[in-house]
Design a protein around this ligand. Structure first.
Ligand code: NI
Length: 394
């Protein structure tokens, strides 16, 4: 508190000052996934203060609210994630985290403040809105499960388009990255249990060596990306753990492997899983071993619809942002779960940082808050104008 807030440049200095202040407050008191109680209360209190409608949803943390009227047009959703990370902050900022080992190192405090700003701006013109804006303040993004909770409690019901924004430290303030199609990867976990037959290391023919089987399996798995996935597409298959044996003269019974698969296209995700199963079955038969696969699905790829990306671009022009085409990334986002239900777009907002996401010295340039709030305001308005209400609801 009390430190000077500099860099004001927005049309509404008073609101910008308040947004910077609430972002600093959230930054100072970060809360981890599913523990965002004070954050939830701060969001509620801001929205109540503006007389914005809070929806009654069964969420322990997180907030769903609405501005405008469902009778006057379509429902479009804007999503901000609100959770922090188990990282010890090392920025040296006057408003650095006051909680040991917890930090807003992915800028979700910035996302929250930006959406609160958009909420206030949209509320001011509520009577003119041609539809309804649903505000999704989502918990637990860092666990990859918050979006599913929101969907389960009906946060997307009636929504025609959904938009999300993430800060991007390597883009300057005033620049926005927008891309139609795949932007971020799916995440999948892989656990492989190879069961052989233990034997004396000097008598290998009496057993089945799971270490030799592992070696063949790992090598064969490398051929999926190099020989089965199109060179134009991108994917990652990584084996990251291998455990077998406990001494030098015994061939063990078991080998355990773990790894991860990342894909930009939803189809490659299905295809790679199928190839892993086929290769594992083939290697098992070849060496007379048993191979058990356990596949875990994390978020699917973030895939932006053509229409939503176009609207995101038009809004950026209106908000005076410089648009670039970002490279897709093998990082992931649970925003993708919303896009499985409803078309939408996820965009990258420039925040002129010196360190990447999840770094202890991660920072956001506060000039980006106002630009972001204005952008989300334009985005919601344009989306309501551009999207048609489904016939059945007319
Ligand atoms: Ni993040």
């Amino acid at each position: 508190m009390g430190e000077p807030i500099e860099g004001l440049h927005g049309a509404d200095d008073e609101l910008e000052t308040k947004l910077i202040a609430i972002r600093r407050q959230l930054h100072r008191y970060p809360e981890l996934a599913d523990e965002e109680y004070a954050t939830t209360e701060a969001i509620r209190s801001w929205l109540r203060n503006d007389d914005i409608r809070l929806l009654d949803v069964p969420l322990m943390t997180g907030v769903v609210a609405e501005i405008g009227s469902r009778e006057r047009g379509p429902v479009v959703a804007l999503r901000a994630d609100i959770d922090a990370l188990p990282i010890q902050e090392a920025t040296g900022l006057p408003y650095a985290s006051s909680v040991a080992g917890k930090m807003h190192a992915c800028g979700h405090d910035f996302h929250t403040a930006s959406l609160l700003g958009a909420a206030t701006l949209l509320k001011r013109k509520e009577q003119e809105l041609r539809g309804c804006v649903r505000l999704l303040f989502q918990p637990a993004e860092e666990k990859g499960i918050g979006a599913l909770k929101m969907i389960q409690c009906g946060a997307l019901d009636g929504v025609q388009l959904v938009f999300g924004m993430h800060n991007k430290p390597d883009l300057p303030v005033g620049t926005i990255g927008i891309r139609a199609g795949s932007l971020m990867s799916s995440v999948n976990g892989l656990r492989i249990e190879i069961k052989g037959v233990s034997t004396h290391a000097a008598i290998p023919h009496a057993g089945i060596d799971p270490i030799v089987v592992s070696a063949h399996l790992i090598t064969a798995l490398q051929s999926i990306v190099s020989r089965n996935v199109s060179a134009i597409d991108s994917a990652v298959v990584s084996i990251t753990q291998i455990h077998a044996g406990n001494t030098w003269n015994v061939i063990p019974e078991l080998a355990l492997l773990e790894g991860t698969v990342r894909t930009l296209q939803p189809e490659s995700r299905v295809f790679i899983r199928q190839r892993i199963e086929e290769i594992a079955a083939g290697i098992a038969a070849t060496f007379r071993a048993e191979i058990k696969l356990q596949w875990t699905d994390g978020p699917p790829p973030v895939h932006n619809s053509q229409l939503a990306a176009e609207i995101a671009g038009l809004a950026a022009q209106q908000a005076g942002l410089h648009i670039i085409l970002p490279e897709p990334t093998t990082a992931s986002e649970d925003f993708a779960y919303y896009q499985q239900q409803v078309a939408g777009a996820f965009v990258f907002m420039g925040t002129s940082g010196h360190y990447g996401w999840h770094h202890p010295a991660f920072t956001v340039d506060e000039r980006a808050i106002w630009k972001s709030a204005r952008y989300l305001e334009c985005l919601a308005e344009l989306a309501m104008q551009k999207v048609a209400i489904p016939e059945a609801e007319n």
